[in-house]
Design a binder for this molecule. Structure first.
Ligand SMILES: [Zn+2]
Length: 122
């Protein structure tokens, strides 16, 4: 069921990753968010029993790496125009292999000031 290279989610946790080794009775998972916690030179792996892991759903995998068709898994997809409306945006995507169409949905989460306001005469 679980195999090397499989994308998995830890049950009841937000942790996702890829199985990279089988370590006796447990699976060694390369954490997708390892850059947030692994020290330099550290591999960024976590170890789980098979019962703690579930295969990532198509949607979970897509939200981590939106470069495939959620219907047929093809990587031959085409992004079309984006639409922005208030705090939401969406982009139409089509699959060149199975003709599925979908929208990637975006939500404004914050802003980043890139230039301080200049002094103005009052
Ligand atoms: Zn497709």
């Amino acid at each position: 069921m679980n195999h090397i290279g499989q994308r998995v989610k830890v049950i009841d946790q937000e942790i996702t990753g890829t199985i990279i080794r089988y370590d006796g009775s447990k699976f060694v998972v390369l954490d997708d968010d390892r850059n947030d916690w692994a020290e330099e030179g550290e591999e960024g792996v976590l170890v789980y029993r098979a019962s703690e892991l579930a295969p990532m759903t198509s949607k979970q995998r897509y939200l981590r790496d939106p470069n495939f068709c959620p219907e047929c898994e093809s990587r031959n997809i085409t992004a079309h125009q984006s639409t922005f409306e208030h705090t939401q945006a969406w982009q139409a995507i089509t699959c060149d292999d199975c003709d599925a169409e979908w929208h990637d949905l975006f939500t404004l989460t914050s802003y980043e000031l890139t230039m301080e306001a200049s002094e103005k005469a009052v």
